[in-house]
Design a protein around this ligand. Structure first.
Ligand SMILES: [Zn+2]
Ligand SMILES: [Zn+2]
Length: 717
């Protein structure tokens, strides 16, 4: 094996002179210094450290080592005696540590060459820092001056081209090639640099950027909920900054910069410098150091805002200026390319809020901490939502001047909208078309006029997220499609009334009860039940039904509902469900039921059989709809009836039935041969009632027994 076939790192020899890199120094600067101290040409030095040989040369671009995982690191370390770790820190990608980021090219986060601080070069003997290659490098925090980006003598950009391989480098001097192939050679430590006052916004902006560069990630400002790599931060910075200088007026830029830096210093001097000779300076010199500094002063405050709302406030002028320029800016067309972070997209959406309608404000979650575009691969929440939002969840906005049912239906549609992907019409459709787009828009208009609209919008988004992550145990889509033909059969209703000692009423009554039960089971309006009638009279009676409920009846109806669900194969689903309080923290506590209405007083007022819900509502100073829902939720206890009333409604026989089971009555009457009167006295009823029960149980009465009146089925209450 000849030496020519050895790996490069094994061909390299240790150099006689050692030069330690400065903290943060660029690799080309360090190697250049090494060559100068060794009185070696640039070409010979590259060969000595293993950077020029078979396989090297043209692939070097303009920087010695681009990739910190490069095998060249080892040979350089061997030749120079500097630890590989220190050399890796000088690789080009070390300044923006994110794999796969293009470090050169039109979207590059780095400059093709480098800017510089003349005072730094003067102090350190012409050594260049790696971060000066950042596109967003513009101010020296040590010397409080703007960086220089051009050679004061030849006007060329610095370090965009490789050094001459035949010359011994002179650190800190311009290597641009002028006319007749002569190198410029200007001493750059003499270059003029604009001094900045101590609290100038540009220094504060540069400080924020350098902190991000050194940390490798950014986790404060708009990124507090999701840290991003520094490269992403810089892309966001560029997205805002380039647009700010392109579209901002002088006043726009001054007020944008007022968020960074202290005191009265502004970017006025920089802006004045930029516009002095050429009004469209920023467009003509988009990558100049002055343009970059002004752009950063406008962009850093947006990214460092502590919430999406605050960032949106700071960004709004830019969105507004786009509208001013005739662009119809909407939530769907504000894209600044797919390369900005979701956090910055959130800030953009927040900035747009005043220009969007309520539907888009909900859909893009503009009023939440995390405005966002819809996430496509999540299931739609309609499955977990009743057509009318759970009663308790609408209480905080129950004093909206729109009907309860309309508000509840619109809120359910709005939760689907917060999911982000459906139109209003599609959302209505996904909830069984209980309501329509026009009605939803009207309700949302009313809700958005309330001072608590932001809280409502946050609840909608939070609830949508909760239901996506914790789907309801009830599949409401299936519930909405249940065939209600067999809901509460007549025989079951009659048995229920007999057991409860209630009058079953006529055919209208049972239809009303079925509609009520349908609403309770499906969350859709009761009038949509197949047993409903479309007449005004029927609707009025349905609205009045809650007045006639009592806890025992509701419990019995719930049992009937349970059997109906079981018969439909839904034994696994609960009868009813609503999300827990913490599904949207602080929402339900805004107005619990006992604050919305005095339940004890309501129960007292509803007891007289001839009471009217409208009168009670007026008395309690609340809406009739709230009273209805409150009674559905907490029905009034049964009134104490007179003996005559108890007999008429069957309450007496119902009580006796509970105490005298068929077995007990047969035992007392047939085996012990007690009289009907004697048996009646043991449970406090008449002998007629006992006789009635005996006939019901098919117990043959002895001839001496007195006849009993027949219980008749009464009419509707
Ligand atoms: Zn400096
Ligand atoms: Zn020059």
């Amino acid at each position: 094996m000849t030496t020519g076939q050895l790996p490069l790192s094994q061909q390299v020899r240790t150099l006689p002179i050692r030069v330690a890199p400065l903290p943060g120094e660029a690799m080309d600067s360090w190697l250049e210094t090494l060559a100068a101290r060794s009185h070696t040409t640039w070409g010979d030095l590259l060969i000595a450290v293993g950077l020029k040989g078979p396989g090297h040369g043209r692939s070097l671009l303009r920087y010695p080592v681009i990739d910190s995982t490069s095998s060249a690191i080892v040979s350089i370390a061997t030749a120079t005696g500097v630890p590989a770790q220190a050399i890796k820190a000088m690789a080009l990608d070390a300044v923006v540590p994110e794999a796969g980021v293009p470090v050169v090219g039109p979207r590059a986060l780095l400059l093709p060459g480098s800017r510089f601080c003349p005072a730094c070069l003067n102090q350190n003997g012409g050594r260049w820092l790696l971060w000066w290659k950042l596109r967003y490098a513009f101010a020296c925090p040590t010397h409080r001056c703007l960086l220089a980006d051009l050679c004061p003598r030849c006007g060329g950009a610095l370090r965009e081209h490789s050094l001459s391989t035949k010359a011994i480098p002179v650190p800190g001097h311009c290597v641009s090639v002028g006319g007749r192939s002569r190198r410029c050679g200007a001493d750059l430590s003499d270059a003029p640099a604009l001094e900045l006052p101590a609290h100038h916004p540009a220094l504060a902006a540069q400080d924020a950027i350098l902190r991000a560069v050194h940390a490798g990630t950014v986790s404060d400002g708009i990124y507090h909920a999701g840290p991003v790599p520094t490269a992403q931060y810089l892309r966001d910075l560029m997205a805002v900054g380039t647009r700010a200088v392109r579209y901002g007026s002088k006043n726009d830029l001054l007020s944008a910069a007022s968020y960074v830096g202290d005191g009265d210093d502004t970017v006025e001097d920089l802006d004045g410098l930029a516009r002095a000779n050429r009004p469209s300076y920023y467009n003509h010199f988009p990558t100049s150091v002055v343009t970059t500094a002004v752009a950063a002063c406008a962009a850093v405050p947006v990214l460092s805002a502590t919430s999406a709302a605050a960032a949106g406030d700071r960004l709004r002028w830019l969105v507004a200026s786009a509208r001013h320029r005739g662009f119809a800016v909407s939530a769907t067309n504000i894209g600044w390319g797919g390369r900005i972070s979701t956090a910055l997209t959130g800030a953009q959406l927040s900035a747009l809020t005043p220009f969007l309608g309520q539907v888009d404000q909900i859909r893009y979650r503009c009023l939440t901490d995390h405005p966002r575009r819809p996430i496509q691969d999540e299931p739609v929440v309609s499955r977990s939502l009743p057509a009318m939002l759970w009663f308790h969840w609408m209480l905080p906005v129950c004093d909206t001047s729109v009907g309860f049912e309309q508000v509840r239906m619109a809120l359910s549609v709005a939760v689907v909208l917060a999911d982000g992907r459906l139109t209003v019409a599609q959302a209505c459709s996904s909830l069984g078309r209980a309501t329509a787009s026009t009605s939803v828009s009207r309700v949302l208009g009313e809700l958005s006029a309330r001072p608590d609209w932001a809280a409502t919008a946050v609840m909608l988004a939070t609830l949508a997220d909760y239901l996506t992550q914790h789907p309801s145990p009830i599949d409401y889509v299936r519930r909405r499609h249940l065939d209600t033909q067999d809901l509460l059969p007549q025989s079951e209703w009659l048995r229920m009334c007999r057991n409860l000692g209630m009058l079953p009423g006529n055919q209208v009554k049972i239809r009303l009860v079925r509609c009520w039960l349908y609403e309770r089971l499906t969350g859709s309006p009761g009038r949509r039940c197949g047993h409903g009638r479309t007449t005004g009279e029927f609707r009025a009676k349905l609205a009045d039904l809650p007045r006639t409920l009592n806890p025992e009846l509701v419990s019995a109806l719930d049992d009937a509902g349970r059997r109906f669900l079981d018969d439909n194969g839904l034994a696994d689903e609960p009868l009813r469900w609503s999300p827990p309080k913490d599904a949207a923290p602080n929402w339900l506590s805004r107005k619990p039921l006992n604050e919305a209405i005095d339940i004890d007083k309501l129960h007292e007022l509803v007891l007289p059989r001839d009471s009217y819900l409208g009168t009670i509502a007026t008395h309690l100073g609340t809406s009739i709809e709230l009273i209805r829902e409150a009674l559905n939720d907490a029905p009034a206890p049964r009134p104490t009836l007179t003996i005559a009333q108890r007999r008429a409604t069957g309450a007496v026989i119902a009580d006796a039935r509970v105490q005298l089971t068929p077995e007990l009555l047969a035992d007392l009457y047939l085996r012990q041969r007690l009289t009907l009167r004697a048996i009646g006295e043991t449970v406090g009823v008449s002998k007629q009632t006992v006789g009635h029960l005996a006939r019901e149980y098919d117990i043959p009465l002895r001839p001496s027994a007195a006849p009993s009146h027949r219980h008749t089925i009464g009419t509707d209450e």
